[in-house]
Design a protein around this ligand. Structure first.
Ligand code: BV8
Ligand code: ZN
Length: 228
């Protein structure tokens, strides 16, 4: 019985693009409506919490209008085959992997459907608008912020991710521009530990040259073909 390969998959906004979720850096990217510094940094939130809440409230509301695409479904199928030998890390804050059936998703940049108390650090699932929300239910004093990792903040579960990268036989990156660190550096770490590396993206990413192999096209076609 051949050893089961240990696989790490990293997904970015490109895997949700075919579900109708805007990416960050493509022509109609999200950031165009807003300067990154204004909406995706702690300083931006402190300076103008209302604008930041509106930005994330709009994206949270938009989740109701999108559904997982075949790329999300294929990765959920892969989890049923590989079990613990698959580590799925996403930079995305939508819940499309979960809705496609993935059960153990590492949301390194947080989640739209979670609220974080800036005072006690308490978390609570949050589905509606956060602008004007009452104070935190745990400590009763803190204001809630989107439970997402902004620029300058430390991504979640980095220890688990580094451990998976060190142990994996195959690292696959799906739908990411390779513009944001530390996610953009994962391919180099996996490769340094001897893993094979594969990029599945619409166009060559900024880190394409770090991969052993790169296939370019739509995630909805490339991912099911790779998983099959
Ligand atoms: C940190 C959450 C320390 C909120 C996000 C100078 C040099 C290097 C690094 C830095 C630097 N100055 C500052 C830094 C650090 C900084 C950084 O990397 N800045 C960049 C801009 C230079 N990083 C940080 O601050 C991070 N924290 O470094 O802490 C540390 C480090 C290590 C260990 C411990 C501590 C925190 C970064 C997190 C920021 N938060 N999002 C929110 O979502 O609003 S980032 C945001 O960008 C999203 O998470 C998004 O996922 C991420 C990356 O974007 P992509 O997912 O790749 O999306 P993008 O639009 O860019 O690309 C889409 C791709 O899909 C394209 O390639 C496109 O071709 C492709 N595509 C499109 N359609 C399809 C498709 N592919 C397939 N099929 C399709 N249909
Ligand atoms: Zn609190």
């Amino acid at each position: 019985m051949a050893a089961v390969p240990r696989v790490v998959v990293l997904t970015g906004a490109g895997i949700s693009a075919e579900s109708g979720v805007p990416t960050f850096r493509d022509a109609d990217g999200l950031w165009e409506g807003h300067r990154v510094e204004d909406v995706a940094t702690p300083e931006g939130f402190l300076a103008d919490p209302e604008t930041v809440h509106r930005f994330y409230d709009e994206r949270r509301a938009a989740l109701a209008g999108v559904v997982p695409n075949p790329a999300h479904v294929a990765l959920a199928d892969l989890e049923r085959v590989l079990g613990d030998d698959l580590t799925l890390v996403t930079q995305n804050i939508d819940d499309l992997h979960e809705r496609a059936g993935s059960t153990r998703v590492v949301h390194m940049h947080g989640e739209l459907l979670s609220a974080l108390c800036i005072r006690c650090g308490g978390r609570v699932r949050w589905e509606g608008p956060m602008l004007g929300a009452p104070p935190c239910g745990s400590c009763g004093k803190g204001d809630l912020r989107p439970d997402v990792v902004w620029f300058g903040e430390i991504p979640y579960r980095m220890d688990d991710i580094f451990e998976a990268l060190a142990a994996c036989d195959l690292f696959v990156s799906v739908g990411t521009s390779g513009a944001v660190y530390p996610a953009a550096g994962f391919v180099q770490q996996a490769r340094a530990f001897g893993a094979r590396t594969l990029e599945l993206n619409l166009v060559p990413s900024e880190g394409s040259h770090f991969f052993h192999e790169a296939r370019h096209g739509r995630a909805g076609e490339l991912v099911p073909a790779w998983v099959a």
